[in-house]
Ligand binder design. Structure first.
Ligand SMILES: NC(=O)CC(=O)C(=O)O
Length: 211
């Protein structure tokens, strides 16, 4: 269906995250199709949501799912795009690696919940966008109050300045946003953190070790 939709509408199509079975293991996977309807990338959620916030939410995704083991980015005529799924957005290193590999847009299908959603969902997107001076788009299912896992919703786009340029509430809705690649370059030139990094200082060494 995604394949046909990509072809019929002549678009790159990044699907939501769905269960994928492979070799007796289950993954949380997002697939990407090009305008010819070819599968050009597949991201398996790398970081599994094993958390415990007492009295609020406990989740043990690793009881059913296996983690993916690789980053996923793909090229388009416009820019490179990096993919993460939901909890992956909390791991800043992944976004940094995508930025290093010249991605200008990161897309995270995800479903935060009613505890972490209001607290962290938008903040994390804006943080990844500012840290890496690129666009971050997040896509969530709409909220279903009768579901066992209630999604926060709020599909959103944050720009390289960290502003929310498009968003919705919890209901089912399409969110539109222009991705201005010149603006990515402008922000990167105005605040040139990419060339000002002190990589000589960023490694952690144990005191007393000889390295
Ligand atoms: N559901 C997730 O994978 C992540 C999440 O809800 C959170 O990080 O919070």
């Amino acid at each position: 269906m995604l394949q046909a939709s990509a072809r019929e509408n002549n678009v790159y199509l990044i699907g939501g995250s769905i269960p994928e079975e492979d070799g007796g293991k289950l993954y949380n996977t997002c697939t990407v199709y090009n305008p010819d309807g070819n599968l050009i990338a597949k991201h398996r959620k790398i970081h599994l949501f094993d958390i415990d916030v007492p009295g609020k939410i406990k989740f043990q995704e690793s009881e059913t799912l296996s983690p993916g083991n690789s980053l996923t980015l793909f090229d388009t005529p416009y820019c490179k795009i990096g993919i993460g799924i939901c909890y992956d957005i909390r791991f800043a290193e992944i976004a940094q690696l995508y930025a290093k590999k010249d991605c200008k847009l990161l897309v995270y299908p995800g479903a935060f919940n009613m505890t972490t959603g209001p607290a962290h969902w938008e903040l994390l997107q804006r943080a990844r966008a500012i840290d890496n001076q690129l666009y971050v788009a997040t896509v969530s299912p709409a909220r279903d109050d009768k579901a066992t896992y209630i999604a926060w919703g709020h599909s959103t786009v944050a720009n390289p300045w960290g502003e929310v340029t498009a968003t919705t509430e919890h209901e089912e809705k399409i969110v539109y946003c222009d991705i201005d690649l010149d603006y990515v370059d402008q922000v990167r030139n105005q605040i040139p953190i990419r060339s000002q990094k002190r990589n000589d200082l960023y490694e952690v060494h144990e005191k007393g070790s000889d390295s």
